[in-house]
Design a protein around this ligand. Structure first.
Ligand code: 3PG
Length: 327
């Protein structure tokens, strides 16, 4: 996977942007960036696409820019010269794909069938746009396509919003989701950049879906941990679960048999996508601790990782449902 494609996968969300007024390009990109989304597909559906890419690239170089609705080699060339790092096409355009492959430019051609997917494979591509996603069979179709083509990653767009993003993102074969829902026409027309920033934040928040899963409390011995578990279970009728290194009172309290990470204990935070969570946390200086990572045996995706940040004497780990279900 190229660095660019890997970064898109970690960002998780690709806003599909149509610039109607050239002067909107920068404030709009800034709003997305400040809202936590540092990529955008600027579509050639407007005459300002090339200018917008170049302007955003100059002023906001950390933004990973793609060019969308690229229909010709000429547009692809102009997009790349202006600063686009990847090209997206709505359908399978042989000329554009050929040019991109020859020039080592990441390209995601639009496909919606197994035959089109095989055409992409014949060019050596393993990452495609799935378009139009909802009307082509949605997440179910991607799941079915992934069975014979297990190494292919999809960027679905078309009809995706806050309400159905997880149908797609939960599939390991989905690279990220794209859509215009992060910048609705009414907000863009009103130049409501704060509104767009808030919507971008909401999209990231909905995607990462953080939830408190459990509090871990350090003890000096197994006996002491068991006493605390019994006390909590007696008081609140929680179910008791013995574990090799701890005792659980319900699923919300983990009483550790010995001091673990954190002076007092730890906080377990659920997210469905720890890789994406780490990418977004790194922007605020919080990193995963490499040696604490465990991965899903089948998908190799992270299902557990401690962060290098403690709060009030509590370490914090991310955990996804695979591990949570074991309690
Ligand atoms: C695209 O080009 O990817 C789609 O037009 C975006 O679809 P949406 O507007 O339904 O999100």
């Amino acid at each position: 996977m190229s660095n660019c494609i890997e970064r898109i996968s970690k960002i998780g969300l690709v806003p599909v942007v149509k610039i109607t007024n050239a002067e909107d390009a920068l404030p709009l990109a800034n709003a997305l960036y400040k809202g936590g989304i540092d990529t955008a597909e600027i579509t050639f559906r407007s005459e300002h696409a090339e200018y917008a890419i170049s302007e955003i690239h100059k002023q906001l170089p950390d933004m990973l820019l793609g060019a969308g609705t690229v229909l010709s080699v000429d547009q692809a060339k102009r997009a790349v010269e202006a600063g686009a790092s990847y090209i997206v096409t709505p359908g399978f355009n042989h000329e554009v794909v050929k040019w991109c492959v020859e020039h080592d430019v990441p390209v995601l051609p639009g496909i919606s069938s197994a035959s089109e997917l095989e055409t992409a494979l014949s060019y050596g591509l393993t990452t495609v746009k799935f378009f139009p996603a909802e009307s082509s069979g949605g997440a179910k179709k991607i799941k079915d396509l992934s069975a014979p083509y297990q190494h292919v990653k999809f960027l679905p767009t078309g009809g995706i919003g806050l309400n159905n993003m997880h149908d797609y993102l939960a599939l390991p074969s989905v690279l990220a989701i794209g859509g215009s829902f992060m910048l609705p026409d009414n907000l863009v027309q009103a130049k409501d950049w704060e509104g767009i920033e808030a919507l971008a934040k909401k999209a990231v928040k909905t995607m990462l879906d953080y939830k408190l899963i459990h509090i871990g409390i350090n003890h000096d011995s197994c006996e002491e941990a068991k006493q605390t578990a019994d006390a909590l279970c007696n008081m609140f009728n929680f179910t008791y679960y013995p574990k090799p290194k701890s005792h659980f009172a319900g699923v919300g309290f983990e009483l550790l048999n010995q001091p673990g990470r954190g002076k007092h204990g730890h906080i377990g935070i659920y997210t469905p996508y720890p890789e994406r969570a780490l990418y977004h946390l790194e922007k605020i200086g919080v990193h995963g601790i490499e040696e604490t990572i465990t991965r899903n045996k089948k998908t190799h995706l992270i299902n557990f990782v401690y962060l290098d940040k403690e709060v009030a004497g509590f370490g914090i780990h991310l955990i996804n449902p695979d591990v949570k279900m074991e309690v």
